[in-house]
Design a protein around this ligand. Structure first.
Ligand code: B12
Ligand code: SF4
Length: 532
């Protein structure tokens, strides 16, 4: 039998978003499918077409002659995905064109009716269905009726095969194969994002995660996640990870194990994660800080009990200050997601948000207007009441998704954004707090780095340098100490030789052995005279 033809997996963000790393990176699930196909012996190629010309897209695909082309299709890249289907169809007439992600899952019928270039929609988790499709195509079959998780046209209508079973072993999807045969995936952006679990027991009305992934949490083992971080550090020099699980701290014992393993491995990396305010306590926050966590983003949404109830957030308002205090005591910076434009939200509700930010030391905040997304209870209820229509998901216009677009909603959004901008710097850690963090965490790497940056920011360069040198001495395998010294010397604007330090940082970032350069004697030159 001749070898199977290649498979192309594609993503493209809207051109307006190509300047934003958060939009132009490819969905982590596309990498997971790609890695699985390669491990199973298929010649899968993954293309990130974000920001590239359409001629480039056509050229890349036409030369490949793939048997299967898969597109990651979410609401925020709808227009780009539709044009990808059309371009693929013309460039690869013989390929089966498949869409996966939130739009094909929840709008399968609409998409298959409107987009003739799209052959199949995969509903939900993509690994099982795509692997089965690839096996059938490689065997010369185009009979997909027995492939689970598919929606397809048949007999003038739509046929949905039964839902696919959840993929049994998430660790198996994170092998090194996912990083081979990539085109347009930037090594300095993509590997810093990790997702270690699927599913969420929550039921927030605005979120499609429960419908898409289910309410049962499935997660990778702590050991495998730490192994992957080590691999990504060595292969790509990643020193900072964004762990983007919906609720990373949902399983406390698991997080404690993860933190212990990360410390024992001595990777010397920093990271952030996201969680819910009812899933945090001080002991956990200290353990996370000791393992390098420097920020947690909480889905607070609102400080108003009435609004929390309306969003079905299942969080008691008293959890919020308690959790923010625990993080602040441990030295973990906190950021909160807020939602404006909720029907019935009043000025008094917005004042509660501002008071929460001011009084509980939040250090950042992201405000989003309440939006409809397919697969959410919010949209289902509005559609049933005739107040919303799935057409909004096909317009490719972010503002069409907003639940409220009246003047008051616009004003509330702008005011909260402006308030956070103004209040943020006031909530920086104080010197006393930073000293306490050093004590509470046993002078861990991230607390020392924070302390050094504070000292440097206050012109106390000798103190800063002592902290950075401490990091170099105690964590010689971490890039952070070398990099902090290099940045400091570089910033001094004189003829300090920072290049040795920069070179050391680059080596350490990739897990290679480093000979620390001789300590710079900046204080001999009157650049700092404070003692710790
Ligand atoms: C991590 C994350 C991010 C990260 C990284 C995104 C990335 N590029 O990987 C950041 C912070 C950048 C981000 C930003 C945004 N995000 Co986001 N994000 C998530 C989150 C929490 C996890 C995504 C993830 O990696 N999941 C795990 C992997 C395995 O799943 P996956 O990538 O979706 O892929 C699986 C399936 O979708 C499917 N699939 C995907 N592609 C394909 C392709 C084919 C051919 C097939 C068959 C199947 C398939 O199979 C995959 C494997 O099982 C999800 C919520 C969630 N739990 O899914 C929201 C989510 C995807 N984000 C969402 C939104 C709205 C956004 C933003 C628009 C937010 C904003 N206002 O800025 C931006 C958009 C930018 C962008 N390009 O993602 C929504 C999307 C809703 C929708 N209908 O499109 C989600 C679902 C959150 C929610 N519950 O509402 N996000
Ligand atoms: S918003 Fe967060 S907590 Fe709520 S259902 Fe979605 S993922 Fe779960």
């Amino acid at each position: 039998m001749s070898p199977a033809r290649p498979i192309a997996l594609c993503y493209r963000c809207e051109d307006r978003d190509a300047g934003d790393v958060y939009y132009r990176i490819v969905p982590s699930g596309l990498l997971a499918i790609h890695g699985l196909l390669r491990r199973e012996g298929f010649d899968s190629r993954l293309f990130n077409f974000s920001g590239r010309s359409w001629a480039d897209v056509r050229a890349a695909l036409a030369g490949l002659k793939p048997m299967l082309v898969g597109v990651s299709h979410f609401t925020y890249n709808h227009a780009a995905s539709v044009r990808l289907y059309q371009t693929v169809r013309r460039a690869c007439p013989g390929a089966v064109v498949v869409g996966g992600g939130m739009q094909p899952t929840f709008l399968d019928e609409l998409l298959l009716t409107r987009i003739p270039e799209l052959d199949l929609a995969v509903r939900g988790e993509g690994e099982g269905p795509v692997l089965e499709l690839a096996r059938r195509l490689a065997a010369g079959s185009r009979d997909f009726a027995a492939v689970p998780g598919l929606s397809l046209r048949a007999g003038g209508g739509l046929v949905r095969t039964p839902d696919a079973e959840p993929w049994p072993d998430l660790d198996a999807l994170h092998g090194p194969e996912r990083w081979d045969a990539l085109d347009g995936v930037r090594a300095d952006e993509q590997p810093g994002f990790l997702v270690t679990s699927r599913g969420c027991p929550g039921r927030c009305t605005f979120c499609c995660t429960p419908a898409f992934w289910g309410r049962q949490l499935r997660r990778r083992s702590a050991a495998a996640v730490v192994d992957e971080m080590d691999m990504l550090r060595r292969r790509f020099g990643v020193t900072y990870f964004g762990i983007r699980d919906d609720s990373f701290t949902a399983d406390r014992a698991h997080v404690l194990e993860f933190c212990r393993r990360l410390r024992e491995r001595g990777l010397g990396v920093l990271w952030n994660c996201q969680s819910r305010v009812n899933l945090m306590d001080e002991e956990l926050a200290v353990a996370m800080r000791q393992a390098g966590c420097d920020q947690i983003q909480f889905g607070v949404e609102s400080a108003s009990p009435r609004i929390l109830e309306r969003l079905d957030k299942a969080v008691r308002p008293e959890h919020i200050p308690r959790t923010l205090r625990a993080c602040r005591t441990a030295g973990v910076r906190t950021s909160a997601y807020f939602i404006t434009g909720v029907p019935g939200q009043t000025a008094a509700d917005l004042e509660l948000d501002q008071a929460l930010f001011r009084e509980h030391g939040l250090q950042d905040g992201i405000v989003s207007p309440l939006c409809y997304y397919p697969g959410t209870a919010l949209f289902a209820e509005a559609a049933a009441a005739g107040a919303a229509n799935p057409e909004i998901f096909l317009q490719g216009k972010p503002e069409a998704l907003q639940v409220r677009r009246d003047a008051a909603a616009v004003r509330d959004y702008r005011e909260l954004v402006a308030f956070i901008e103004m209040a943020r710097p006031r909530n920086a850690f104080t010197e006393t707090e930073l000293r306490n963090h050093l004590g509470r965490t046993g002078e861990c790497l991230s607390a020392l780095l924070e302390w050094g940056r504070f000292a440097e920011g206050h012109g106390r360069r000798r103190q800063a340098l002592m902290a950075y040198q401490d990091i170099v001495r105690r964590w010689p395998g971490s890039a952070w100490g070398y990099r902090a010294v290099a940045d400091m010397l570089n910033g001094l604007g004189r003829k300090w030789d920072f290049r040795d330090w920069e070179a050391a940082a680059t080596l350490a970032a990739r897990g290679e052995r480093v000979q620390p350069p001789p300590p710079p004697r900046v204080w001999d030159h009157g650049l700092g005279n404070n003692r710790r």
